[in-house]
Design a protein around this ligand. Structure first.
Ligand SMILES: C/C=C/C(=O)SCCNC(=O)CCNC(=O)[C@H](O)C(C)(C)COP(=O)(O)OP(=O)(O)OC[C@H]1O[C@@H](n2cnc3c(N)ncnc32)[C@H](O)[C@@H]1OP(=O)(O)O
Length: 258
């Protein structure tokens, strides 16, 4: 098992929970990015892992973003070993669902990490935003691209040029998160959802994630070709046969990912 420095990794039946443990702000310094990258590589071909939950340690912050103390190194021209862009694209294109369990507020790169995940559960007392402009910089790990795609240009521009965060209610109403629950219920909710997805058809879920994620970056005609490709893959799978049989036998399907 990989040794993580800044992640607490807990294996559950069918999924894994990764807790970002980098006090005081769960800042996404290089050690955190490195551990998240190792976790994704570790779980990629582990058939027992069908979903991943990422959350933060403590109650206040999921993550306050990139580690501001690392900025001087960047200003001196050094290139970080692990690129936030590469890591977040790996998450966004991951073949298994990744759920951000936002037990606390998410700012800057913390929000950008959450937006690269497929699903987001937010604490009702948390805020979520991109305050980089208040530091005289801009969102630098995909926020300028993902936030408009998730909530629309008008509100996304307001969030980024004012630097003011959204409340949980606003985040839900703008479609930035899937569900808002009490702070102490976020992780339970995420585990329940991950457990449900772990019982789902892994190939079908993989092909849906691929068609939606890649389809949003291309034309409708190209997107339909992606969907057709995914349909061909799933219809050729044992799982599709199992799904049909289970339906007619009025029993729960047992999807093996084959
Ligand atoms: C490509 C990506 C770029 C980015 O993500 S740029 C960073 C974007 N994020 C932000 O701008 C948020 C910065 N943090 C804050 O605004 C505040 O913090 C909070 C609102 C999150 C919390 O405020 P409060 O409750 O007053 O706590 P506190 O005293 O500001 O912070 C507690 C400790 O946490 C450290 N800290 C907070 N955020 C970061 C960070 N992003 N990188 C490194 N350290 C951070 C502070 O310095 C301090 O530390 P000490 O207790 O030793 O004074």
């Amino acid at each position: 098992m990989v040794k993580y420095e800044k992640l607490i990794v807990e294996k559950q039946p069918g999924f894994v929970v990764a807790v970002i443990n980098n006090p005081p702000a769960n800042a996404l310094g290089q050690p955190v990015l490195r551990d998240l990258n190792s976790l994704l590589d570790q779980c990629f071909s582990d058939e027992e892992v069908r979903a991943i939950v990422i959350t933060g340690a403590g109650e206040k912050l999921f993550s306050a973003g990139a580690d501001i103390s690392e900025f001087s190194a960047i200003q001196d021209g050094s290139t970080p070993k692990i690129s936030g862009h590469d890591l977040f694209l790996k998450i966004e294109n991951y073949p298994k669902p990744i759920i951000a369990a936002l037990q606390g507020s998410a700012f800057g790169g913390g929000n950008e990490l959450a937006m690269s995940c497929h699903l987001r559960i937010l604490s009702e007392t948390a805020k979520i935003g991109l305050p980089e402009v208040k530091l005289g910089i801009i969102p630098g790990w995909g926020g300028t691209q993902r936030l408009p795609r998730l909530i629309g240009k008008t509100k996304a521009l307001e969030v980024m040029i004012t630097g003011d965060p959204l409340s949980a209610g606003e985040a839900l109403s703008y479609g930035l998160v899937n569900i808002v629950v009490a702070a102490d219920k976020v992780l339970d909710e995420a585990k329940t959802l991950a457990g449900k997805l772990a019982k789902g058809a892994p190939i079908a879920i993989r092909e849906i994630l691929k068609a939606v994620t890649q389809g949003l970056n291309t034309t409708i005609e190209e997107g339909i070709k992606l969907e057709q490709g995914g349909s061909a893959v799933v219809f050729a799978s044992e799982d599709a046969k199992e799904g049909g049989m289970a339906f007619f036998q009025k029993r729960a399907p047992q999807f093996k990912g084959k």
